[in-house]
Design a protein. Sequence first.
Length: 196
Amino acid sequence: MKKTLASFGALAVITIFLGPQDAITAKPSKEVMHTTYNKLPLSIRKAEGALLQQAAVNAMDLSYQVRQAHWTLKGETFLPVHQFFDTLQAELHEFIDILAERQMQLGGTIYGTLRVAAGTSTLPEYPLDLVKVKDHVQAICKVLSAYAELCRTNIRVCQDLGDDVTSEIFVTITRALDKQLWLLESNLEPDMIPKN
Ligand SMILES: [Fe+2]
């Protein structure tokens, strides 16, 4: 019993010392590149590796923001929106896989644990106190729009680097997310969508 209490005390001290944020900010210690027969120059593969890693972890973060909405929304249109978020998360998981595998094809290494995603995602935090369907729809529209914009930027960056294949991956993702955003935002009154 004494030992258990002592262990608990040590754990409590460690938890207080590290804090909950430190515990989830896992980051890769170094970039690992593998040898490959892929003829794209190393400098291009490395530059794209950084884009692919960021896009993958952001998509992981986004997918669980969508999951949070899927689980917690309430209201008259619960069922179709609940199901829509299911489909959207499944699509995001496909994209995460495509991005991660492209990273490996280019000789890089993907770092795709939830802890790495939590520690390195650049997306805004999802509000955890939402309940109403439209509030969740609006919140997901905002983060979906932010992620689609990142992918849209990557289309041009990869083109400029001279890799049309990776660029096309970002075209595919952006095209799909633009459509999902349209389907989702069409549920909102115009005053819930900011003017461009
Ligand atoms: Fe579910």
